[in-house]
Every structure is written in structure tokens, then in C-alpha cells.
Design a protein around this ligand. Structure first.
Ligand code: CA
Length: 240
């Protein structure tokens, strides 16, 4: 039998935790519930889960602070982490992503959306890498030869667009804020405006063409992500 992925739910409101747990269990996940930061840490020390759902507002240490701590820790730094937040404020979403969250969900959310996001972070945590080539939904990037192809057709990209795409493909399905992209793709160039990111994302989409360009998604109020889902849904299963 296939192993059931485990989800640690860190949420102080029992009704919400129960709703999430029931839905996840119905869909083949194993769930562990922690109602505060101390018990969440105990669960993590005991067993590293496959996914963490982390509420922002917790009694004692906040979810944001926990996220930062887990990202710095060797055992937990690669675990997909989704923040649950009642705060729809843009600055708060960015703070969550900057703390290392892979995604966030604003309360109230639908359980369908929650399941979709949990599956997405699990599916695309690590991209397929064969011989230094990253491949997602027909799009391939070879870092050694600087070649990018979509369905075997060669694409022409500028150096910044290439670096940007390489970063997106190495961290697929994950939302990146503009400041994170500046940090990771441009380096610590504090004098570059965040608008620069938008300009290069636009150029990247143009270079990828209509179909592959759809893979670079704008996440309102948060930033950008590369997702293989849109393109995979358009292609026939035999090409999949
Ligand atoms: Ca709460």
C-alpha cells in the first residue's frame, strides 16, 4: 500500500483544525493536530511531516516566527509549508512568503482550495532533473548549455530571463515575492526597484510564447510562481 502523506496542522481553533483534518483524511492524508507552537515543535521533533499547515495567529509564539525557525533548521527547511491567515493584507502575505512559506491561504477558504494547494506543494516540491536538465510540462531548461526548449522547439531568452526561468523552474509551484526574486536572481542589489522584476517577467513570458508563457502566473498581492498545471491541462494525456 502507498504510504499516506502526513500533514501537521498547527491551528488553535479546534473547529477549523477539525474541518481541515476531516477533509484531508477523506482524501488519503494522515493528519496530526497541534494547537500551539510548543506542541507543534514537539510533534516536529518527534516526526518530520510531509506538509505543514501553519496558522499565523497562535497563542504564544506566532506562526510567522515558527516558519522562520523551521526554515533555518536542517530537518525542517525543505518541508512544504502553507500559511493559514485571516490577514488579507498584502504586506502580511509578503512577510509570510519572506519567512519561507511556500504558499498561503486566506481565511475563510474552501476545503477544495486547501486540498489543491496541499497537493500542488507536494507534487512540485522537487522538479524533475535529468542530467542537469529541468523539465516541467513540456518546458526544458539545460543550465549547462543555456538551452531552453518548449515541446522540443528552441526558445531564445536574454541572460536575465534565463536566470529568472532557472530560478522559477528550480522552485516550481512556489510563490515568490518580488523582493525574494531580486534577492535570489539579481543578488543583493538594493538599488534595483521591484518594478524591474515585473519588466523581466513580462519579457520572459514573451520569450516563452503564448502557451509556455501561461506557466508564469501572477499571484495577486504576492508575486509570481511557475506552475506546470495550466500547460499540462492543455496538453493531451499522451504527451503528458
Ligand atoms: Ca488562530
Amino acid at each position: 500500500m502507498r504510504r499516506q502523506p502526513s500533514v501537521l496542522i498547527v491551528e488553535d481553533e479546534p473547529a477549523i483544525a477539525e474541518l481541515i483534518a476531516v477533509n484531508l483524511r477523506h482524501n488519503g492524508f494522515r493528519t496530526i493536530w497541534a494547537m500551539d507552537s510548543a506542541s507543534a515543535q514537539r510533534e516536529i521533533d518527534d516526526l518530520v511531516p510531509d506538509v505543514i499547515l501553519l496558522d499565523w495567529m497562535l497563542p504564544g509564539e506566532t506562526g510567522l516566527s515558527l516558519a522562520k525557525r523551521w526554515r533555518k533548521n536542517e530537518r525542517t527547511k525543505a518541508v512544504p509549508l502553507i500559511m493559514l491567515t485571516a490577514r488579507g493584507d498584502e504586506m502580511d502575505r509578503i512577510a509570510g512568503l519572506d519567512a519561507g512559506a511556500d504558499d498561503y491561504i486566506v481565511k475563510p477558504f474552501s476545503t477544495k482550495e486547501l486540498l489543491a494547494r496541499v497537493r500542488a506543494v507536494l507534487r512540485r516540491r522537487a522538479p524533475e532533473e535529468i542530467g542537469g536538465t529541468l523539465t516541467i510540462g513540456g518546458l526544458s531548461l539545460d543550465a549547462a548549455t543555456y538551452r531552453v526548449t518548449f515541446n522540443t522547439q528552441l526558445l531564445k531568452l536574454g541572460p536575465t530571463e534565463f536566470k529568472l526561468l532557472h530560478y522559477f523552474m528550480s522552485h516550481a509551484e512556489r510563490v515568490h515575492s518580488r523582493s525574494q526574486l531580486l534577492d535570489k536572481v539579481w543578488g543583493d542589489h538594493v538599488f534595483i526597484e521591484e518594478r524591474t522584476v515585473d519588466v523581466h517577467v513580462k519579457r520572459l513570458r514573451e520569450a516563452l510564447g503564448v502557451q509556455a508563457g501561461l506557466m508564469i502566473e501572477t499571484v495577486r498581492g504576492a508575486g509570481y510562481r511557475l506552475s506546470g498545471q495550466a500547460v499540462m491541462a492543455m496538453q493531451s494525456p499522451s504527451l503528458g
